[in-house]
Design a protein around this ligand. Structure first.
Ligand SMILES: Nc1ncnc2c1ncn2[C@@H]1O[C@H](COP(=O)(O)OP(=O)(O)OP(=O)(O)O)[C@@H](O)[C@H]1O
Ligand SMILES: Nc1ncnc2c1ncn2[C@@H]1O[C@H](COP(=O)(O)OP(=O)(O)OP(=O)(O)O)[C@@H](O)[C@H]1O
Ligand SMILES: [Mg+2]
Ligand SMILES: [Mg+2]
Lengths: 462, 462
């Protein structure tokens, strides 16, 4: 045991950078873009701002690039800069029950780490919250202590009242191309699911590509949603009880959960045998188990719909039509459900048949909280759910050749990813079932369309 | 930014327990067994002890089990018990360049956390380093602070001089069955790759299964291996330079790397233009880049073979034959190579054709450092490498029906996993290439065998 040592979370992710998506030259570059763009979209949406995002990739040498990203979001107060850019597991989203693309507090610090480790250089930033000055500087990450350090900074006069953030990462051992895994396709997929964002992309050869917004409707800022009693575990209940400021169990149940009225709280008390006057912080494990069992025996309304922001069936159909020119599309947004821990989620799906749909067989397009999942398709529960559908029943003769694109978007206050790289969903039974129902629902419409097409074909050939 | 907060690494993995393998009822139970057994095997091997491991799974209620694991390893000194069982990112393996099944310092703390979160109960332990007393107690994990706490303990007289560790986790929301993903199959696969271990398994219905050892040869304890200059990055060099006690660059190069003699160090100095008298801690990024470029331009002997412990072609063939009774087997152990960071690895592979081989098409059996990879086959680089081989060239007509089992084991001082659950390898070009070469080599032998078989068949049917 003389060798026994602890390490910091940054040391762990530096050694295991593949877990954050920094594996392979093309994916590493796209991951840097992904971390910046998801943060910008989240910050814009939270502040109710129509996103103007630009991404500029410059080639500085062989496998040596600089990625500069600018947004018009809320800006980052100077005192938070070291934590935002240099401290893993620190952020504004991880501990809140809110739909957002980020949820770990690791993303941008990971990009700072990767570029620092490959070039020895800090990350440059420029940010303002819209007040009288703009802060410009460079920041790096102290891996051993998991802390951010501002290397240098200066304050500039903010004459135009600019608000937003610009980040520039320099990285080596990365590569730009226009494959399915490149920054170009990532931004295209991002604009499909975020019709309110205008994204400008400048490629290394100087080509400017504008992904114009197709709606000026700003999605209502996501709202923190309380957990629903279904799916709560005794440990969740105890953790919530230790963090609440409600003095009694009754008030705690009504305040911290959705769908629990005072009448419902009474019902729970009588079913569980735990008094509503009990102080939440003094609940025992047995009490918690009894309350949770009472939840399971009680009828609650379904989770509310206003907290989550799906893309919407119409928007999905519009996007599928404009990118694939299919003969047939069908979309669906299912009702909210819950999985482990009372976590709300909504599944929406779409099918596109014919035109440019399919890639020599079924093509799967996956999103989580409107962020595209480009990598790790093989290890994703969405892929498994798509494969588990018996497509033959819906008129698909050969899954290896059919011109069919399957679109799935999961929105939730906590997306269960398989790894910190956030590109694949872990298997949760409730999510798997919902994806299947959504696809089978669309499948039935597809089967009617294909039957009609076949009839038409047979009539003509008679 | 009023909501900005940091969280501990245990809070992160509690919320994202799926990243540690606690997803689904069957997998969660097997993951608890996996964490305990890999630790026991590691501890036995490090101490040069022939492993005697027993695993006992008891059903206490519906989806409520207790898993008790005992080993005859070195035991855990009392002062380390809180860190071993209750602190994530603390251990004896993460910071050493040594082949071991564990490498993150998270495993057993994850199992403590999962069982505590599902039952509210601490984990029981019994341990002795072989001295006069045995410590018995219970330990839990303080999630907010990522610290272990001994709930209660007592010291017992160690009359028999017993040495080892017993751990008992109680967990809910888990399930025992005998599928491919169950503890039973996990232990069977473990015993195939660890012929020196005797593993006793007691099922919930009381059935005792003995996986007897097939060799009494204790593998030589793994040795810490220094990195090889190929694959080193400037950041690696600077990190090593800041941790070395060598006073000059020359001594640093000779001491901290394999295959660098004083003559080689001279060559590197003249190629890079960096003086050997330079103090390692004062190397700049530019110096480091020049030295690394000089490494790339220098010829070094291949990495040494004595540090890594592959299973061995003979043992693999023996195991494949005894479990699958195939008509044909072919195995290979490739020479050591390096990937990113100068990390040594060896690929060994085997094919088994006929008999019980294959599962309605190619079956893949994966190992890393002799630990079976049961889950996440879809997202693993080994699977991709197996699929990338053109099996038709080796006489395999139909990959969906062929009775072929492909066995791959990767040994390394650092296995690049895709997530902290350690069940799938991330894509590293060098590893992917080596797996392909190993399989193509075995494939050539298979193709000769199948051609022979066909000739025989044709001769007979004339
Ligand atoms: N462009 C930005 N504008 C405003 N705030 C930002 C911006 N980028 C990051 N932040 C803030 O910094 C925090 C840390 O960002 P980071 O990407 O590390 O984590 P995250 O987005 O919370 O989660 P994840 O690790 O899943 O991405 C965010 O939570 C947010 O509060
Ligand atoms: N049965 C055991 N006997 C002796 N020492 C043990 C035993 N189990 C754990 N340890 C010690 O406790 C440490 C922590 O174990 P843990 O499983 O958390 O991490 P690890 O094995 O180092 O890495 P990983 O997270 O990859 O499993 C180990 O590094 C080892 O030093
Ligand atoms: Mg983020
Ligand atoms: Mg371990």
């Amino acid at each position: 045991f003389k060798e026994f040592k602890a390490q910091s979370v940054s040391e762990f992710f530096k050694k295991n950078a593949a877990m954050l998506g920094y594996t392979g030259k093309i994916r590493s570059l796209t991951t840097i873009v992904h971390e910046g763009v998801t943060n910008s979209l989240d910050a814009c949406e939270e502040a109710g701002i129509l996103p103007e995002i630009s991404v500029w990739v410059e080639e500085l040498g062989t496998e040596h690039y600089r990625v500069t990203m600018e947004d018009n979001a809320s800006g980052i107060p100077l005192e938070y800069v070291p934590q935002v850019f240099g401290r893993m597991l620190a952020g504004s989203k991880a501990h809140r029950n809110i739909q957002s693309r980020g949820q770990q507090g690791i993303g941008v610090s990971g990009a700072v780490m990767f570029s620092q480790v490959t070039t020895g250089k800090p990350t440059s930033f420029l940010t303002s919250t819209g007040d009288t000055h703009i802060v410009k500087g460079r920041v790096q990450l102290d891996v051993k202590r998991n802390l951010g350090e501002i290397v240098d900074k200066e304050k500039l006069h903010n004459t135009s009242g600019w608000r937003g953030t610009v980040i520039a990462h320099e990285a080596k051992g990365v590569l730009y191309n226009k494959s399915r895994y490149s920054p170009y396709n990532y931004l295209r997929m991002t604009s499909i699911a975020n019709p309110h964002a205008r994204i400008t992309f400048i490629e290394p050869d100087g080509t400017r590509i504008l992904f114009e917004r197709s709606t000026t409707l700003v999605p209502k800022p996501p709202k923190a949603i309380k957990p629903h009693p279904y799916g709560i575990t005794p440990d969740d209940l105890l953790t919530m009880a230790s963090n609440t400021d409600a003095k009694k169990l009754g008030a705690f149940l009504e305040k911290e959960f959705v769908r629990i009225s005072s009448a419902k709280a009474e019902e729970i008390a009588s079913l569980s045998g735990v008094s509503l006057a009990q102080q939440p912080a003094r609940l025992s494990w047995d009490d918690a188990e009894r309350v949770v069992n009472a939840f399971k025996a009680t009828k609650f309304f379904a989770p509310p719909t206003e907290g989550l922001r799906p893309i919407g069936g119409e928007e999905i159909a519009k996007s599928l039509t404009s990118t694939l020119s299919p003969e047939f599309t069908q979309t669906i947004t299912r009702a909210p459900q819950t999985f482990r821990g009372g976590i709300l989620f909504v599944v929406e799906a779409g099918l596109a048949y014919g035109g440019k749909a399919g890639k020599g067989g079924i093509e799967i397009i996956r999103y989580a909280n409107r962020a595209p999942l480009i990598f790790d398709q093989g290890g994703c529960a969405i892929t498994e759910a798509v494969k588990s559908v018996d497509w033959k029943r819906y008129g698909v003769r050969d899954v290896e050749k059919v011109p069919l694109t399957v679109f799935v978007n999961i929105v939730s206050t906590h997306v269960p990813y398989t790894s910190a790289g956030k590109q694949a969903l872990a298997m949760e039974e409730e999510i798997h079932a919902e994806v299947r129902y959504a696809l089978m629902d669309c499948g039935r419409a597809l089967s009617r369309f294909l039957a009609g097409k076949r009839k038409l074909y047979e009539r003509r050939s008679k």
